[in-house]
Design a protein around this ligand. Structure first.
Ligand code: FRU
Length: 558
């Protein structure tokens, strides 16, 4: 919409623009109001990172709807954010703002978000990963598969490219690779901001939220306020499109027990042997277990210290053997313990170890994956900046977790899900070449936006070797210090001089899976080249035993 049209539209819809003084706290706060009749799908709001955040409130037909903080741009916006006003069509939306009112005049409604034409084509938009259209994301939340769809809810600030106003964003996919972003499902309320959590399908209607035989999808989240964290639930009867918060919230307010302000990120799953729900909750210094029959009343059972935030607990076969299963418990950093679980107590037998490192954080795994599939699929938050973009951070690729026996004992392995292969446009293969030849054949791919490289190298006459891209180390194995990119790593065969890597590069990120997933990491892809080398293998006298290259197709159809 051009400026003149926008001005006309604004003039027509503006019913009133008022300036009132209210005394909030002790200060006199000037609140500016703007009322509009909603006729379109989105409200577009101009943002400037230069100005301070100020409170904005929405009222619909006189009823308070939402409070949030936003930096409304008084002059030229850095970028635009949006709010889906479809549910308010034909009703009066009153917008109140405590900041500089200059920019309020620029707010407009439209059936497209500002910048729709260039959506997913922005210069720093990752092309094979999920990123949110506008605003900030951190942790994946409520990963659940239901009725042929994978749901990815996520920690989201829809109103700015930095962390604030924590809400649950929502995207769905049929194949774990191509995502469609839907509307935000949970916004902050009087109990607090909507922090991380998980989701399940209540097939047996144990909580009683089901209607007409539709099993509800139930989300568990933490309501975070300045001095407390309380566990809440919300349910959906329309495949996660909208949620109703339970009016008996919170369901756990356990500050009394530990006197800790850190108790968050509930992970809930069904435990068939006891026929009860289990919640793993990060509390104070580790993961607590609670159980419930109806998802509303919870009993405290046990606590495993040694973790921080975003707990997970799940059972996996060891070496694909159905008769040998172990439980894995992890926290936000991904460090894990392996042990036993009886429905109430997790007993660690080994750990803590790590399967990965770098930019990954707060990963969680899908609930309700059909048993015919049986995989434990994980998505992690990629703590990666998206410079100059109207969005920030990203989700890493979905990966499959397995337990395998190594010479050191049983360990968690992490590899990209097989669905990632569908993005491979073409395969190029070389075998048994030296570093110079390998670097030379890779030159044709130097400018690729997204590309996958699988390689295995053999060291000799060198203590370290690897692959760079324009001077940035994608992968460096230091045999003497036993490190990969600075993280401790000991190959299964201790005397082997070979190492393999599956390297997946996108516009702003690099993910590397070493030796079939024995170790993995994610790092930011540097925007500014450090030299002109392009892809370059290094290491004295190394052999590039295998080299496979796959240019990758954009998931956004670009
Ligand atoms: C982890 C975390 C969670 C919390 C959320 C808030 O990144 O700190 O513990 O629920 O982010 O956004």
């Amino acid at each position: 919409m051009n400026t003149i049209n926008r001005f006309i539209a604004f003039s027509i819809i503006a019913l009133a623009y008022a300036c009132t003084q209210s005394s909030l706290t002790n200060k006199r706060t000037i609140v500016h109001d703007l009322s509009i009749i909603i006729s379109k799908q989105y409200l577009n709001l101009p943002v400037s990172q230069e100005v301070d955040r100020a409170k904005m409130s929405f009222e619909v037909d006189g009823k308070p709807e939402l409070d949030f903080d936003i930096r409304i741009a008084p002059s030229k916006p850095d970028y635009w954010v949006f709010y889906d006003v479809t549910p308010y069509k034909g009703r009066v939306l009153k917008i109140s703002y405590e900041g500089n009112p200059e920019g309020l005049k620029k707010i407009y409604q439209d059936n497209a978000i500002a910048g729709q034409d260039s959506l997913y084509k922005e210069c720093n938009r990752p092309q094979i990963h999920f990123t949110t259209r506008r605003g900030w994301n951190n942790d994946p939340n409520g990963l659940v598969s239901y009725d042929g769809e994978y749901h990815l809810f996520y920690q989201h600030n829809p109103f700015e490219r930095e962390w604030e106003n924590m809400s649950w964003g929502h995207a769905v996919s049929k194949d774990l690779i191509h995502w469609e972003e839907l509307s935000v499902v949970l916004f902050p309320d009087k109990l607090g901001a909507i922090f991380s959590g998980t989701a399940i399908i209540d097939y047996n209607n144990t909580a009683g939220f089901g209607k007409n035989g539709i099993p509800p999808m139930i989300a568990f989240y933490t309501a975070h306020s300045s001095d407390n964290e309380r566990q809440c639930i919300a349910y959906s009867l329309d495949k996660g499109r909208t949620f109703t918060k339970y009016d008996g919230n919170p369901v756990i307010n356990s500050k009394e027990k530990w006197n800790s302000e850190d108790l968050r990120d509930p992970k809930v799953f069904w435990y068939q042997p006891t026929k009860r729900w289990v919640m793993v909750l990060f509390e104070r210094d580790g993961n607590s277990i609670y159980t419930s029959g109806n998802l509303k009343e919870w009993n405290y059972e046990s606590h495993t210290p040694g973790f921080w935030e975003c707990p997970q607990l799940f059972e996996l076969m060891v070496d694909v053997n159905v008769n040998n299963k172990k439980w894995v418990m992890y926290g936000g950093s991904g460090t894990y313990m392996i042990g036993k679980f009886d429905g109430k107590i997790f007993t660690p037998e080994a750990g803590k170890y790590y399967y990965g490192n770098g930019a990954i954080y707060a990963a969680q795994t899908f609930d309700n994956i059909p048993s015919s599939d049986g995989r434990r699929i994980q998505i992690g938050w990629g703590r990666i900046q998206q410079p100059g973009m109207p969005f920030n951070q990203m989700m890493l690729l979905p990966t499959e977790l397995t337990l395998r026996t190594t010479k050191e004992g049983i360990r968690l392995f992490n590899v990209p899900v097989k669905e990632v292969d569908m993005l491979q446009e073409k395969e190029y293969t070389w075998e048994g070449i030296d570093a110079n030849n390998a670097s030379e054949v890779l030159q044709q791919f130097n400018d690729a936006i997204s590309i996958r490289i699988k390689t295995s190298i053999k060291l000799s006459l060198s203590t370290d070797a690897g692959l760079n891209l324009f001077g940035q180390t994608l992968f460096r194995y230091d045999m003497s210090f036993n490190q990969i990119n600075g993280f401790f790593y000991s190959p299964n065969d201790r005397t082997s001089m070979e190492i393999s890597a599956d390297i997946i590069i996108d516009k702003t990120s690099i993910e590397v899976f070493v030796d079939g997933g024995a170790f993995s990491y994610a790092i930011e892809r540097k925007a500014v080249p450090e030299n002109k080398d392009g892809f370059k293998f290094f290491g004295k006298n190394i052999e590039v035993k295998n080299l496979k290259v796959y240019p990758m197709k954009s998931i956004w159809g670009n």
